[in-house]
Design a protein around this ligand. Structure first.
Ligand code: PHE
Length: 330
């Protein structure tokens, strides 16, 4: 019987101690077996055998319990040691954040116009029909409203489809002259390779006394701005239509991917459209009760600028927050 004392004593783990416990104290263990054998012993010997077996059992049990506590303590200590974290250790791989390319591009655009003395104004993303459309020479049921697919709420409220309402609100609350840009998020019901339901715009507005602003002024500042953003490129103005400007133009730059030779990105034309602009329509000034003024306005999509500057192929990658893409802009 001494062998079981030794076995218990020599055990090194809680797991193998448990195996011994089953072998000794279990239902089919050696103690159970010995007690069973006792039944066949002579009657006058039974009491003596039972006494010895019980003494033996309780001393083995003491041994087992003591060993178990020791092993458990040791295993806990080992686990704590293995899992401990040295907070003073230097980590060699820490990731650094960076400004998102869209925000970085927006900052550069704002920087240019701020240096030209344009005030930076922001407004609400939830707007009403008057400020987003009506005051911009876009009466209800005007077909040009289809140019901007709109998210509507109840009661003629909507998500602004451009930042032009910021300009309307500024004109309603300030006297001319005005020189401002309106950067911010805008929303349209659009989703494909080149459109996302939310994107960013920077729009600009300049208002002066009547006769003091011409298309030449607009042309000059936009050319200068585009060269600041894209470097050595050519700029061209194409006649276009916007309800709030007359005359209106769209502005192209020579393709930054092929230097104007013609490639897949510019659809072999050598030109990329980057801006809308024009001389503010008098109906807009009427809506905000401005008299004897003239002005110009322009608007651009920041995502498109970011894609052209950083040569990013898929607009949607700007919205996925993939760390691999963002890491490149540190
Ligand atoms: N508001 C126009 C748009 O979002 C952009 C624009 C602004 C065009 C000013 C011309 C003049 O489509």
């Amino acid at each position: 019987m001494k062998e079981w004392y030794d076995k218990i004593n020599n055990t090194r783990s809680v797991g193998s101690l448990e195996k011994i416990r089953i072998a000794v104290f279990g239902k089919k263990g050696i103690l159970a077996e010995k007690f069973a054998q006792m039944k066949t012993a002579k009657n006058d010997e039974k009491a003596q055998i039972a006494k010895e077996l019980n003494t033996y059992k309780s001393s083995l049990m003491n041994e087992y319990v003591a060993k178990k506590i020791t092993l458990q303590t040791l295993e806990l200590q080992a686990a704590m040691q293995a899992e401990s974290i040295d907070v003073s250790l230097h980590s060699s791989k820490s990731q650094t954040g960076a400004l998102h390319p869209v925000m970085e591009t927006m900052d550069r655009i704002v920087e240019y116009f701020a240096s030209m003395n344009f005030a930076v104004k922001t407004g609400n993303m939830i707007e009403d029909d008057f400020n987003n459309f009506e005051a911009l020479n876009l009466p209800k049921y005007h077909p040009a409203r289809d140019m901007q697919d709109t998210f509507y709420f109840k009661d003629e409220m909507l998500l602004r489809t451009h930042t032009s309402p910021v300009q309307i609100r500024t004109m309603m609350s300030t006297k001319p002259p005005i020189r401002m840009i309106a950067p911010g998020a805008v929303f349209r019901r659009d989703y494909d390779l080149t459109h996302t339901p939310m994107f960013h715009q920077v729009e600009g507005l300049l208002v002066e006394e009547e006769g003091k602003v011409s298309f030449a002024n607009l042309k000059y500042i936009l050319e200068d701005f585009l060269k600041y953003m894209f470097g050595d490129i050519e700029v061209r103005f194409r006649p276009s239509f916007f309800p709030f400007t007359e005359p209106s133009a769209e502005v192209d730059i020579s393709c930054v991917f092929c230097s104007g030779k013609g490639c897949r990105i510019c659809s072999k034309t050598g030109w990329l459209e980057v801006l809308g602009c024009g001389i503010v329509d008098q109906n807009v000034f009427e809506a905000v009760k401005y008299k004897n003024v003239s002005g110009y306005a322009f608007g651009l999509g920041v995502e498109r600028f970011a894609m052209l500057i950083h040569q990013i192929g898929d607009l949607r990658s700007l919205f996925e927050g993939d760390i691999k893409l963002l890491e490149q802009f540190q």
